[in-house]
Design a protein around this ligand. Structure first.
Ligand code: KGA
Length: 411
């Protein structure tokens, strides 16, 4: 019997044992978490571990662990407490695996459980350290995402319409620029919608905005000597969360889309837009060497000559042209955009969630992974480093802050 099947068959007992153990532990600490919430949290974690064991990889636990860390940090829990559930679950799973499997299969399963929960705990610790070292970060001041209906001042709102989740980017003042607060807000909203078993999600800007998103928050980009779009960048984490979300996500675009927001839109599964939509990738205005993973997102979606024109001119592609180039799936009039998109999402929500989740994942793997020799990748990173260490990159950032045209010198 496969390890994941052994674990899945023990789900109820494992979850009950972990919850009971946490209850005993917290009686001493007077933590008053509700039993129901605790059971749900343990079950979510168990399901994540099960998925990782099934996939033979810890990748799927990383983004949710970052979110767990952000939530627990914001709630004032210390790291040991946040890791407690992972530790207890690991203990219980060890006993379960040791009692049900034998020989090589047992050794392999124990190793996998240890690696998955270890990666989760490691992610918790890294996220705690990052948050603690940025005690003035927006994330630590105020939870970024809202529950249904939203809270005053939140930049991301989540709504639910039947089986469809709606995530609303709502920072009119900063034109929905995506910084840590907004990116973490969307990741948290996705985690919440996943827990609620949303079968399709619509990602949109708040009604009335004529900028869908101004892209990466330029004020939060590092000023040289560090990869501006490294693996731990918040927008990068958000793109991964969108791409691995196990249900279709439709970007509904009314208004203009800039820079990394285009990467976000392309990372969604479908795009609907109205005549106000336009799409620009403005890295060359900032002197910013776009990251290889990001370029791959474009290569997987658009013809090479269009990608080159968009990157080299940084000029917006209007809605009509975006339709002609198949960047958007559907171009509809403004008055109909919402009803059309929600109907499309509702139709998708009636289809098999398991089939869709696996097809989405297969397509992601098929398009995301390109075999590149280590040497070639390192050479590309070296070339990128020269660009983000250059004075042109600083000139691009300064020009944006000073609201003027950049004067690039190629140095
Ligand atoms: N990052 C940080 N702040 C931003 C921002 C951004 N991307 N875009 C806008 N803002 C702030 C801006 O500084 C101003 O703040 C406020 O939002 C309203 O902007 O009020 P403050 O504190 O001065 P503005 O420009 O007055 O609004 P507008 O006239 O309506 O013009 C909207 C647009 C979107 C056209 C304009 O703001 C703009 O050009 N923004 C930058 C768009 C862009 O090029 N984004 C790409 C970012 O880079 C990126 O995503 C990557 C990674 N990339 O391209 O490779």
């Amino acid at each position: 019997m496969e390890t994941s099947a052994v674990l899945a068959s023990a789900q109820d007992e494992v979850v009950s044992e972990v919850v009971a153990s946490l209850e005993r532990r917290d009686q001493a600490h007077q933590d008053a978490s509700s039993l129901e919430r605790r059971r749900r949290d343990v079950l979510n974690l168990f399901e994540l571990v099960l998925r990782c064991v099934h996939e033979g990889s810890a990748e799927s636990i990383i983004t949710p662990s970052q979110q767990i860390a952000a939530d627990r940090f914001a709630a004032g829990a210390d790291l040991a407490e946040a890791q407690g559930t992972f530790n207890i679950l690991e203990e219980v799973l060890w006993r379960r695996v040791a009692g049900s499997l034998a020989g090589d299969q047992r050794v392999e399963a124990l190793g996998l459980v240890h690696a998955v929960l270890g990666a989760g705990k490691d992610t918790l610790a890294r996220t705690y350290v990052a948050l603690a070292s940025r005690a003035d970060s927006p994330l630590s001041q105020e939870p970024a995402a809202t529950g249904e209906g939203g809270e005053a001042g939140a930049v991301v709102r989540t709504e639910v319409l039947g089986d469809v989740g709606i995530i609303v980017l709502d920072d009119q003042r900063k034109r929905n620029a995506i910084g840590a607060r907004m990116a973490n807000g969307v990741v948290a909203a996705l985690a919440r919608l996943q827990a609620q078993h949303a079968r399709a999600v619509v990602l949109r800007a708040a009604a009335g905005m004529d900028v869908w998103s101004a892209g990466h928050n330029i004020d939060e980009l590092p000023r040289g000597r560090r990869d501006p779009l490294g693996y731990n960048d918040h927008l990068e984490g958000l793109l991964r969360a969108i791409r691995i979300f196990p249900a279709p996500i439709i970007a509904m675009v009314h208004g203009t889309v800039w820079g990394g927001a285009l990467d976000l839109v392309l990372s969604c599964d479908l795009i609907t837009a109205d005549e106000t939509a336009s799409f620009a990738i403005t890295a060359a205005n900032l002197g910013l060497p776009y990251n290889t993973t990001g370029l791959l997102h474009f290569v997987g979606r658009l013809p090479m000559n269009l990608i080159k024109e968009m990157f080299f001119t940084a000029a917006p592609l209007d809605a009509q042209k975006a339709k002609e180039w198949l960047l958007v799936n559907h171009l509809v009039g403004s008055a109909k955009l919402e009803s059309f998109t929600f109907e499309l999402a509702a139709t998708i929500a009636t289809k098999s969630p398991m089939a869709m989740a696996v097809i989405k994942e297969q397509l992601r793997v098929l398009t995301d992974y390109q075999p590149i020799a280590a040497q070639v990748y390192e050479r590309m990173q070296g070339l990128r480093r020269e660009a983000y260490d250059s004075s042109d990159y600083l000139e691009g950032l300064n020009a944006f802050a000073e609201r003027r045209q950049p004067n690039f010198r190629g140095t």
